[in-house]
Design a protein around this ligand. Sequence first.
Ligand SMILES: O=C(O)CCC(=O)C(=O)O
Ligand SMILES: [Mn+2]
Length: 212
Amino acid sequence: MKQTPDLYLDPDGEKIPLPDADLTLWQQVDLGIAPADLLAALIDECNWRQDSVTLFGKTHPQPRLTAWHGDAAYRYSGLTLQPAAWTTRLQQIRERVERLTGHDFNSVLLNYYRDQQDCMGMHSDDEAELGPRPAIASLSLGAERDFRFKHRARRDLATVKLPLRSGSLLLMAGDTQRHWRHGIARQRKPCGPRINLTFRRIIAAPGEKPRA
Ligand SMILES: O=C(O)CCC(=O)C(=O)O
Ligand SMILES: [Mn+2]
């Protein structure tokens, strides 16, 4: 007998042991669609933009494309991202991510890394509007890339690389953003497209903070 599709393939996820952090990784989430098909649909359907950001007085195009959907505007690096509405597809993914993580989210930032040249500078998601101990759920689709963590204060801790495979979900909670920066480096090894969706909860007045 066919079983009811279950997103709890790995109900508890895997705790990633990093000091001063609270990280849970689900290697493979049941999204109700193959990750490769979801990647292709999102590449096609989203209204991708390449914003420019000003960092240390210089303006650069961001080295990736982005889209912002949800119920609240989001400000960072001098940009105000006005949200597009939830699409049916994004709403369905949000519900699955909420059920799995036990957290509620009211917005999602999508990052589209077209190839190995696209990247995201090291940063913490610690903008005021996310609150002091934000839970951020990060869903990866497409090419596997290393997610890098660097402790903000402890120089004795080396950079940690966590490969994020297609269809995986990483929950960053607790004090993770307070103590760690994270990012995706440009890499030499050629790779195909990757989309990462970070589900967030905007709760407070907007703050502002630079991000490469
Ligand atoms: O692409 C990723 O895995 C990270 C995205 C991220 O850190 C962010 O959107 O703040
Ligand atoms: Mn981030």
